[in-house]
Design a protein around this ligand. Structure first.
Ligand code: PBG
Length: 330
C-alpha cells in the first residue's frame, strides 16, 4: 500500500524496465506470409498493402535468403491463381505441378531448413472466390472437405512441413489428418485456423490474390455461412477444442488486434500453441495512418505486436515480420 509501495520504482529507467519486462519478442515468434504469382521477373507491390509484394518464383531467392538472414525461420505461402485456371471445384489446387506445389519446391530448394506452411482453402482457386464448392445454392461442406484433404496431401508431397486450413468447413481437420496419415505423412503438421471470423479486415488480402467472394444466386457476397460471427466468444472455444480433438497441432485466431479477448480466452482453455494472424486490413490501416503522418509507424507496430503476444499468442503471422525484426536488430 502507498506510500510503502510505489509502482513507479520499477519504471525509473530503461535498465529496470527491461529487467521486469513481461513480454519479449524475437524472430522465433514470427510466421512470414508470402504471396506468389505466375510469371517471370515479377515483384509487384500490392496496392492496398504498401511495401508488401507478390513474387514470381524466380525472384523468391533473394527474399527467402533475406528472411533467413533476419532469423525468420517459417513462412506461410499463398498463391494468386490465374483466372482461366479457376473453377467451382478448385481442380487446379490438386495439380501436382500447380503454382503452390512449385512454390513449395522452390522455397525448399533455396532453404531446406525453412519451415514451409501452406494455406489450404479453395478461394484462390474458386471462380466464385468462396472457400467451398457450391452445390444447390449452398457452400457444400463435405465435398469441400474431401478436396481440402487431397490438397493437403499434395502440398506435403511437394515438401510442405505444415498445412494451414483457413476455410472453416466442419470436420476438415480430422479428414486432413486421416489423409496425411494414410500417406504415412505422420510428421506433417496441421495449423488450423480454428477461430476465424467473417471479417472485413481481409479486404486487402483479397485484392492481393484477386479472391473476393462473389454473390451468386442464393449465396451472399460474404463468408458468413462458414466463417464465425464476430459477436461470438464461446463459439471460438468450441471450434478450437473440436479442432484440437480432430488433430490440430497449432490453433489460430484471426484477425488479430480486434480479437485479443479471444486469444486470452483460448490461452486459458487450451495448452496447444496458439497462432494469431494480424491480417491484411490491420497492416493497411497502420500503413495508411503512417503515410498521412497521423501515427508513428514503428512505434505503433511494435506496440501492436507486443499486445498480440501479451494476449497469449505463441506465434504471430504478420506482414510486419521483417520490419519488426529489423528494429529488434538495431
Ligand atoms: C483464405 C484466406 C484469407 C486470409 C487468409 N487465408 C481470406 C479469406 O478468408 O477471405 C486472409 C488473410 C489476410 O487478410 O491477411 N481462406
Amino acid at each position: 500500500m502507498y506510500p510503502i509501495k510505489r509502482n513507479r520504482r520499477l519504471r525509473t529507467n530503461e535498465a529496470i524496465r527491461s529487467l521486469v519486462r513481461e513480454t519479449i519478442i524475437s524472430p522465433n515468434d514470427f510466421l512470414a506470409p508470402l504471396f506468389i504469382v505466375e510469371g517471370k521477373g515479377i515483384k509487384e507491390e500490392i496496392a492496398s498493402m504498401p511495401n508488401y509484394y507478390r513474387f514470381s518464383l524466380d525472384l523468391l531467392e533473394a527474399e527467402i535468403k533475406l528472411l533467413w538472414k533476419l532469423g525468420l525461420k517459417s513462412v506461410l505461402l499463398f498463391v494468386k491463381v490465374p483466372d482461366h485456371l479457376k473453377d467451382n471445384k478448385g481442380t487446379e489446387a490438386l495439380n501436382p505441378d500447380g503454382l503452390m506445389q512449385r512454390a513449395i519446391k522452390t522455397v525448399k530448394n533455396i532453404c531446406p531448413d525453412l519451415l514451409v506452411m501452406t494455406d489450404v482453402a479453395l478461394d484462390p482457386y474458386s471462380s466464385f472466390g468462396h472457400d467451398g464448392i457450391i452445390e444447390n445454392g449452398k457452400i457444400a461442406n463435405d465435398p469441400t472437405v474431401k478436396v481440402l484433404a487431397e490438397m493437403s496431401v499434395s502440398h506435403v508431397q511437394a515438401g510442405a512441413n505444415f498445412v494451414a486450413p483457413s476455410d472453416m468447413m466442419d470436420g476438415r481437420i480430422l479428414s486432413i489428418r486421416k489423409a496425411l496419415d494414410h500417406e504415412n505423412f505422420i510428421d506433417a503438421g496441421i495449423m488450423s485456423y480454428s477461430a476465424k471470423y467473417a471479417s472485413a479486415f481481409y479486404g486487402p488480402f483479397r485484392d492481393a490474390l484477386d479472391s473476393a467472394p462473389a454473390a451468386i444466386k442464393d449465396i451472399p457476397k460474404d463468408k458468413k455461412t462458414y466463417q464465425m460471427d464476430f459477436a461470438n466468444r464461446n463459439e471460438a472455444i468450441r471450434e478450437t477444442k473440436m479442432d484440437i480433438d480432430e488433430g490440430a497441432d497449432i490453433v489460430m485466431v484471426k484477425p488479430g488486434l480486434s480479437y485479443l479477448d479471444i486469444v486470452r480466452d483460448l490461452r486459458n482453455e487450451v495448452t496447444v500453441p496458439i497462432a494469431v494472424y494480424q491480417v491484411s486490413g490491420e497492416y493497411a490501416m497502420l500503413k495508411a495512418a503512417a503515410e498521412k503522418g497521423w501515427l508513428d509507424h514503428d512505434a505503433v507496430m511494435m506496440e501492436q505486436i507486443i499486445a498480440i503476444k501479451r494476449a497469449g499468442a505463441d506465434i504471430i503471422a504478420s506482414y510486419f515480420a521483417k520490419d519488426v525484426i529489423k528494429i529488434l536488430n538495431q
